[in-house]
Design a protein around this ligand. Structure first.
Ligand code: FES
Ligand SMILES: [Fe+2]
Length: 344
């Protein structure tokens, strides 16, 4: 096989929206992010709008993210050139009489701020209106409590996607996993999406006010069968365990051996119908105060996964030719989608 088409070397399909930062991370101070080899500077203008430009000053190629925002403009730290959010140079502090502003224009990226994240479209701008960021309605919905864990792994993104789609890896998490005994029931695919339907035994049941303690005391959990579904909606993932647990994973592939992702875990409070009759301000207060309540659990699970994923990457780098034995057909389908999308 041609080494460049080896799945562990494949690039990404740029014609999708990628979550590159959390909303709260982007204030007026410029932030640098990298999306598949592309350095991007994000800053929030005075208007509150977030702008995204290539993170390179056209003057001497230093990072614009070392500079500062002035109203809607971005000022380079080195010689103080200023640029509009459209990428046009608008000011040079030492321009002499009769000297014109340089006609340089920095590349810009379409940006959206949705569901608590900053989304960037790195591809062909004319396509940015025909595709949409992954919908995360639970972010605002008062019945859902969110926890966010940031995944940073030194591995190709395909290893992370495969980890999240392969429900048989619950073995790794032992006492901390939310489910056990996953069995693949059905699998469907399109050129944009893979849906895997498993049946599993769920350890958690959120129906009493004290159910939340199951997160901390494994002995309170009781096994019961529930559907466990996971979808790869390129480039992100969504999974559901019964009605009460939901996970979104927003991928930020950095390069062939580095991937970042936001894992958002939602626990629903829908079983507490009395709570839903309380005033909205109170429900909002409950949602906000419980934000991050699964942090320790989630971070612990992520740590175990990252360790395995990085080990896989290292083994690949040592011997890229070697092929393993795969028994889960979900992974074959996932690899097919990664390939189709990357080579589009
Ligand atoms: S390098 Fe940016 S202003 Fe000179
Ligand atoms: Fe895991």
């Amino acid at each position: 096989m041609n080494c460049h088409h080896d799945i562990r070397n494949l690039g990404i399909n740029q014609n999708h929206w990628y979550a590159v930062a959390r909303s709260i991370e982007v204030k007026s101070e410029p932030v640098s992010v990298t999306l598949w080899h592309q350095a991007i500077v994000l800053y929030r203008g005075q208007s509150g709008k977030v702008h995204a430009l290539e993170d390179i000053c056209p003057h001497r190629f230093v990072k614009l993210s070392s500079g500062r925002a002035i109203a809607e403009q971005l000022e380079c730290a080195y010689h103080g050139w200023r640029f509009e959010s459209s990428g046009k140079c608008s000011y040079v502090p030492y321009l002499v009489k009769n000297q014109k502003l340089p006609s340089c224009k920095i590349r810009t990226f379409p940006v959206q701020e949705l569901y608590g994240f900053i989304w960037i479209f790195p591809g062909d701008k004319s396509c940015s209106n025909s595709v949409f960021p992954l919908e995360i309605y639970e972010w605002e919905h008062l019945n859902y409590i969110a926890t966010i864990s940031v995944i940073k792994c030194r591995a190709h993104y395909s290893y992370l996607v495969e980890n999240l789609m392969d429900m048989h890896h619950g073995h790794l998490h032992q006492n901390w996993q939310a489910w056990t005994a996953a069995e693949l029931i059905n699998l469907s695919e399109s050129d944009r999406q893979v849906d895997a339907y498993y049946q599993a035994q769920n350890y958690y049941k959120i129906d009493k006010i004290w159910s939340i303690f199951q997160l901390f005391f494994p002995s309170l959990r009781q096994l019961h069968p529930e559907p466990l579904n996971v979808s790869y909606i390129y480039p992100n993932l969504v999974s559901n365990l019964g009605k009460d647990f939901k996970i979104n994973c927003l991928l930020l592939p950095i390069n062939e051996v580095e991937t970042q992702a936001y894992l958002i875990h939602f626990t629903s409070l829908h079983a507490f119908w009395r709570l839903h009759k309380l005033p909205e301000w109170f429900r909002r207060f409950v949602k906000q105060s419980l934000f991050g309540s699964a942090q320790k659990l989630l971070d612990g699970l992520v740590k175990q996964d990252v360790e395995m994923i990085e080990a896989e990457q290292q083994a690949y780098l040592k011997n890229p030719q070697r092929r393993g034995y795969e028994l889960n057909r979900v992974l074959v389908t996932v690899q097919k989608l990664i390939r189709t999308q990357a080579l589009k």
